[in-house]
Ligand binder design. Structure first.
Ligand SMILES: Cc1cc2nc3c(=O)[nH]c(=O)nc-3n(C[C@H](O)[C@H](O)[C@H](O)COP(=O)(O)OP(=O)(O)OC[C@H]3O[C@@H](n4cnc5c(N)ncnc54)[C@H](O)[C@@H]3O)c2cc1C
Length: 349
């Protein structure tokens, strides 16, 4: 017999984790299904302007430390030297950061304390309506050493309300989310050792004064061929240093008006492009020993994230496609949880 819950959240990254906590705080019975796809949250810099840290302070007061800290950052102009203002390039500016590995390490205990049940499984798409709402077919997540975690038989999962917070997996679960929700691939180098201090000095980290990624995302309003940019930067996060970031969108063969998902690119080609792009910031960084990693990242070509009910699918909700996720998700997860709680209350009256 299928297991039942009032609300199922699909995805255990930034979006899924925070909306599950908010739903549980509103008294709803929540199951979070976390799959095996790579999570953008895991590789994220987690940076945001200082005022955006206020909702994170609220979350930390309720759930304990979630990786929030204050940083000094330097904005460099390596990609556009003509626009460089030397004193500005050396001015340390305050910023907030949620160190992603610390956030993801703290999340399971926070979810358990809030009463959220976590199921390690992959939800098969596309979703199907079921009795009383939705019926989710599950594939058990593989265990660390191979084999399946938990029982082999899939009892399925039924829920009146389902939240799509599966990042790059959202479109596979509900294909009609395209073209408003697109997926890019983002890659970084995880450095084998700490970089020379001078690269960020007098700050702790450095990122471009102007990121090229937003313009790349807007290009996908029309289907197009593969295109990439490197926004060279160097960011510490927990016990690691990330040098990035390369962003790639488009498809080799874009057909029709609906942009297809960006296919997973060849990691070796992506690493080479990223290292080339980093050489403008520092030749030493471009050649540094490191492990290259890439993940899918969802975005909205109009820079308007998808938050709310999914049209034509009662009981289905989405939280995805943020361009400034760490700034925006805490507030948007709270609003979405309130809307779902109101819909759940209406349905029992
Ligand atoms: C290098 C890099 C740097 C970044 N820097 C910043 C930054 O400084 N500031 C900022 O605000 N944003 C930044 N971002 C973007 C930000 O990290 C993402 O927008 C955000 O983490 C997305 O969170 P998410 O929960 O939507 O998706 P994800 O973190 O991708 O989580 C989705 C989860 O869903 C699960 N899943 C997928 N399909 C299924 C399925 N079928 N069944 C069950 N589970 C499933 C996956 O396993 C995954 O855990 C950065 C991203 C990258 C890659």
């Amino acid at each position: 017999m299928a297991m039942a819950a009032a609300v199922v959240v699909v995805g255990g990254g930034l979006c899924g984790g925070l909306v599950a906590l908010e739903l549980a705080a509103l008294g709803l019975e929540v199951v979070l299904v976390e799959g095996t796809e790579p999570a953008a949250t895991e590789l994220s810099y987690g940076l945001m302007p200082l005022p955006a840290a206020l909702p994170w302070l609220r979350l930390q007061l309720r759930h304990g430390p979630l990786g929030l800290r204050c940083r000094w950052l330097r904005l460099h102009s390596a990609a556009e030297p003509a626009a460089s203002v030397p004193w500005l390039d050396r001015l340390p500016l305050p910023a907030a950061q949620v160190e992603a590995p610390l956030f993801l390490a703290a999340l399971p205990a926070a979810l358990a304390a809030a009463g959220v049940r976590v199921l390690p499984a992959q939800v098969r798409g596309p979703l199907q309506p079921g009795p009383g709402g939705w019926r989710l077919a599950l594939e058990p997540a593989p265990a660390a050493g191979g084999g399946a975690r938990g029982s082999a038989a899939d009892p399925g999962l039924e829920a009146a309300q389902v939240v799509l917070a599966a990042g790059g997996g959202c479109r596979q679960l509900w294909p009609a989310l395209a073209p408003g929700l697109q997926t890019s691939w983002a890659g970084v180098l995880e450095l084998a050792e700490a970089p020379p201090r001078g690269l960020c000095w007098p700050a702790e980290l450095t990122v471009p004064r102007r990121f090229q990624r937003p313009a790349l995302e807007r290009q996908t309003l029309a289907p197009g061929p593969l295109a990439w940019v490197v926004d060279a930067g160097l960011v510490p996060s927990a016990d690691r240093w990330l040098a990035g970031q390369i962003s790639l969108v488009g498809a080799e063969a874009a057909v029709g008006a609906q942009a297809p998902d960006t296919p997973q690119p060849d990691p070796a080609a992506m690493e080479e492009r990223l290292r080339q792009g980093l050489s403008g910031l520092s030749p030493a960084l471009a050649g540094a020993p490191a492990r290259y990693r890439q993940v899918p990242v969802t975005f909205s070509p109009t820079a308007t994230p998808l938050v709310g009910p999914v049209g034509g699918a009662p009981g289905l909700w989405v939280l995805s496609g943020f361009s400034a996720a760490f700034s925006q998700v805490p507030q948007q997860a709270l609003r979405l949880a309130q809307a779902i709680a109101a819909a759940a209350a209406d349905s029992v009256q």
